[in-house]
Design a protein around this ligand. Sequence first.
Ligand code: F0G
Length: 465
Amino acid sequence: MAIKYVPEPFRIKMVEVIKMTTKEEREEKIKEANYNLFNLKGQDVYIDLLTDSGTNAMSQEQWAGVIRGDEAYAGASSYFNLVNAAKDIFGYDFIQPVHQGRAAEKVLFPTILKKGQYAISNMFFDTTRAHVILAGARPLDCVVAEAKDPSKRSKFKGNMDIEKMERLIAEHGVENIGLVVMTITNNSAGGQPVSLKNIREVSNICKKYNIPLDIDAARYAENSFFIKKDEDECKDMTIKEIIRETFSYGDFFTMSAKKDTIVNMGGLLGVKDEKKYSDLILKIKANCISFEGFTTYGGLSGRDLEALAIGLYEGIDEEFLKYRIGQMEYLAAKLDDAGIAYQAPVGGHGVFVDAKKLFPQIPYNEFPGQVLAIELYKEAGIRTCDIGSYMLGNDPDTNEQLQADFEFTRLAIPRRVYTQAHLDIMADALIEIKNRAHEIKKGYKITWEPPILRHFQASLEPIQD
Ligand code: F0G
């Protein structure tokens, strides 16, 4: 194996003890959970890779900030600390804290999208897709073709397909395209980065047609690290300079701060040009006050605002990002050695194993990604999730099961939480499952599902031979 583990640029000061379970216990637990990993109790999980969202370890500075948090209902100093940090990093005029990413979507999208319109994205994350639909519009995914081939190792597989984007605008009529969303990194395509060049091109098209551009910025720091590594024009820029340049092409950003900003709860909404969008900002504030809380706390406590202000800087530290992306590369290299396919090259926040390749015998409507997620739990107490047809759900118009472009099982790696030994356990478990994959003949069927975002709540059952 050619890859060396990049050592942690921190030491561990506090630990959380985790419970060990037996295979028999886990078989029982997953059955009780109706084969939905979201129904498992956290304490029954050994390594929790369900998400990298809100599961990060805060630093001593952030915890000190928690103690300092100003809990004034209006005008808390923690609010100003946060807004100043965010303005400094992103260069936007208006910053609204909200309680998490989907809250930013809920507050912003209905102020922009009209019923019957379309929103185009390099790929919508599931809650973002849901908020487009809830605003009465329809989401259109437009990622580059190579993203759909997990074995094709090309750079910036998260990019928007520019030609297709132009085609979609022409097809649906420019007046019917309400918004373009650039998701950086492209989570659903495997945490794949988006190049600065692509962001610039998308912005030019948006400007040409006068369509607003929103950056879905959950993993903007990881994206900037990839840009620095792989885009020549940026190799001598600091991460902060790359972020500034990236965000200069957007009109808005919506951000889950639970990822790259290394907090357990929080979100941000930014508007670049306060003058141009003054009416919209009034609507944003009204929505925020109705749904989230007063504008200077946006559904967060003062201590959350303070930790977020500090995390914004910690998350863009280059040494940290080198270690962070290094963890992904280490795990991916182990899978390469074992011949286990994943979305390659590996993305920023996890390894997306190609479950379709591992279980060619299981069709999309028996959810191969979910099959592997269940096997990983049974094998080693590792909790992951499906990013495939199970997550995608049904067509909102016809209620037919949609077929996703990929059937991934996502091993999302929380920040500053797991060590090299934990990564070795993940690789070993996958190798063990690969060796007996041919014995698994059938997947799962859904026995109950809610109408929207079903994967969080649905019940499943193994299909019998
Ligand atoms: N956008 C992207 C790209 C995301 O990955 C997420 C969340 C959101 C928006 C919504 O943010 O959870 O703070 O409301 N992704 C998490 C995940 C849940 O596991 O990938 P949120």
